[in-house]
Design a protein around this ligand. Structure first.
Ligand code: IMP
Length: 178
C-alpha cells in the first residue's frame, strides 16, 4: 500500500484490511455471547457504517435483526437548538435490545444528540458499537460499549468513511498525512 491523494489531501496507509476484519470478527463473537437469546436489533447509521455493519452482521450467528437509518441534522428554534432526526426507523424498538452501529465517534455530538430520542422509546437496553473511536477528539459524553479500534485524533478515510464524498470504497483505512 502506498500514499494516495483524495481531492486535495494526501493519505497514508493506516489500518490494513485483515486487521479491521479481525477486530470485527472479535466484536461479532462478543455480541454473540452478550446477546444470546435476546434477539437484538442492530441500528446501523448511514452512510459511513454500511461496510462495518455488513462485515459485522456476517459474524453474528444468533437470531438478530438489522435496520439502517440516516440521521438528518438541522437547526431548530432557540429552545430546541441543534435537532437530529432519524430517517427510516420503521421498527418499534420498545422493549428491544438495541445496538447502534456507527463508523466512528469523533466529537460524539451526533450520537449524544440522537440517543435520548431512542431512550424515549424505552428499549430494553441500548448500547453503542463503533468501528473507530477517537477519544482525544470526544467532547460530548457518550457511553461507548464496544470499540473495534481506538485511534488518534487524525482524519481517516476508507472502509466506508469518506472525505467529501470520496474514499468510502477503499478496503483499508488511510490516515491524513501531515
Ligand atoms: P461526531 O458527531 O463528531 O462524533 O462525528 C460523527 C461523524 O463524523 C461520523 O459518523 C463520520 O461520518 C464523521 N467523521 C468524524 N471523523 C471522521 C474521520 O476521521 N473521517 C471520516 N469521517 C469522519
Amino acid at each position: 500500500m502506498s500514499a494516495i491523494t483524495v481531492h486535495d489531501k494526501q493519505f497514508v496507509p493506516f489500518i490494513a484490511e485483515d486487521t479491521i476484519l479481525h477486530k470485527i470478527k472479535e466484536l461479532g463473537a462478543e455480541l454473540n455471547k452478550d446477546y444470546e437469546g435476546k434477539k437484538p436489533l442492530f441500528i446501523a447509521i448511514l452512510n459511513g457504517s454500511f461496510m462495518f455493519a455488513s462485515d459485522l452482521f456476517k459474524e453474528v450467528t444468533i437470531d438478530a435483526e438489522i435496520c439502517f437509518i440516516k440521521l438528518a441534522s438541522y437547526k431548530g428554534t432557540h429552545s430546541t437548538g441543534h435537532v437530529i432526526t432519524a430517517i427510516g426507523l420503521d421498527i418499534d424498538i420498545t422493549g428491544r435490545h438495541v445496538v447502534i452501529l456507527e463508523d466512528i465517534v469523533d466529537t460524539g455530538k451526533t450520537l449524544h444528540s440522537f440517543l435520548p430520542q431512542l431512550q424515549n422509546q424505552q428499549p430494553a437496553s441500548l448500547k453503542i458499537a463503533v468501528l473507530l473511536h477517537k477519544p482525544e477528539a470526544q467532547q460530548f459524553p457518550l457511553p461507548i460499549d464496544y470499540v473495534c479500534i481506538t485511534i488518534a485524533n487524525k482524519f481517516v478515510l476508507g472502509f466506508g468513511l469518506d472525505y467529501d464524498g470520496l474514499g468510502r470504497n477503499i478496503r483499508e483505512i488511510y490516515q491524513i498525512s501531515e
